[in-house]
Design a protein around this ligand. Structure first.
Ligand SMILES: O=C(O)CCC(=O)C(=O)O
Length: 293
């Protein structure tokens, strides 16, 4: 019992010792969180407005610089998202060029069989000759040899789409003045979708550099097309859209369908006329379902 007229002695000291305890626990927790942050086990979430907008093509410069800086060697493989509408990404140095030259290998396989390229008639679904596409080309068999098989496996890893959804490579050759006018890779006829369903994505591999022209252009891509770092190097044709300059060994992946599996009209694309030099490329079209060869 507390004696009359005296203040209790133990109350405030108990309160002060419990607040000291809480304060110490907080300090220990804070210290613990700081250690986790320093070790990279925890991270502070970034707000969405720190990321560039989906159509902000000027961010390509920043990402390029970051990639180069963080790579040990410039010749390493690295990816560069160039557009969200259509979804498109460049995989730099996708094909081997040192111990084995995969570009030369594909060209050597294709050369003896090159024929004038055709286009698909959207009414009949049959191949026809056209002024829209003036290159020459040929198809290689899927898994034709070990090198082809290894590139196809790499494409499957890169796209997350199985090897058996892919058509055989089409190797293309464009000489000066040759081009492929803007078109869709998806079909608008029923005949061509019987085997494998719709074309979902395309991987376009550049097998050679091109001195001038020959860019792949996306005239319906959304965004400020002139913000790309390589704008001043583009031909007039390429300046009509978002363009990629062919570079030997690089691969361009773009999607002809949106994530909700409807066809994407912003995937309209073409090959600009070659102005100087030669262009060799190889296309892999990937279907929604397995494609039987
Ligand atoms: O050669 C290019 O840049 C475009 C080729 C193309 O459009 C295609 O093969 O579908």
């Amino acid at each position: 019992m507390v004696p009359k007229g005296r203040l209790p002695v133990r109350g405030p000291s108990r309160r002060s010792s419990s607040s000291t305890l809480i304060f110490s626990i907080l300090i220990i927790c804070l210290f613990f969180v700081l250690i986790l942050l320093a070790l990279g086990i925890l991270s502070i979430p970034r707000t969405s407005n720190t990321f560039p907008g989906a159509h902000d093509l000027s961010s390509i410069v920043q990402r390029t610089t970051e990639s180069v800086r963080s790579d040990r060697s410039y010749s390493d493989r690295w990816t560069e998202v160039i557009s969200w509408e259509p979804r498109a990404v460049i995989y730099h140095n996708f094909l081997l060029s040192k111990s084995e030259d995969e570009c030369e290998h594909l060209i050597t396989l294709a050369k003896p069989h090159m024929e004038k390229s055709t286009v698909v008639d959207s009414v009949t679904g049959k191949n026809k000759d056209s002024r829209v596409r003036t290159s020459s080309g040929t198809f290689l068999a899927r898994g034709q040899d070990k090198t082809v098989e290894s590139i196809e496996k790499r494409i499957a890893d890169f796209t997350f789409l199985p090897v058996d959804h892919g058509e055989g490579f089409q190797v293309l050759h464009y000489e000066v003045g040759q081009k492929y006018e803007p078109h869709y890779d998806y079909f608008r006829d029923e005949y061509n979708t019987k085997n494998g369903g719709q074309r979902m994505a395309t991987v376009l591999m550049y097998l050679s550099d091109v001195e001038e022209g020959g860019e792949t252009v996306f005239p319906e891509a959304k965004g400020n097309i002139s913000a790309v770092p390589w704008w001043n190097e583009l031909s007039d044709c390429a300046k009509k859209g978002l363009s990629v300059k062919p570079k030997k060994g690089d691969a361009l992946l773009f999607w002809s369908m949106t994530p909700d599996a409807t066809v994407d009209p912003s995937s309209l694309h073409g090959g600009c006329p070659v102005i100087k030099g030669n262009k060799w490329s190889s296309t892999k079209w990937i279907r929604v379902n397995p494609y039987y060869t």
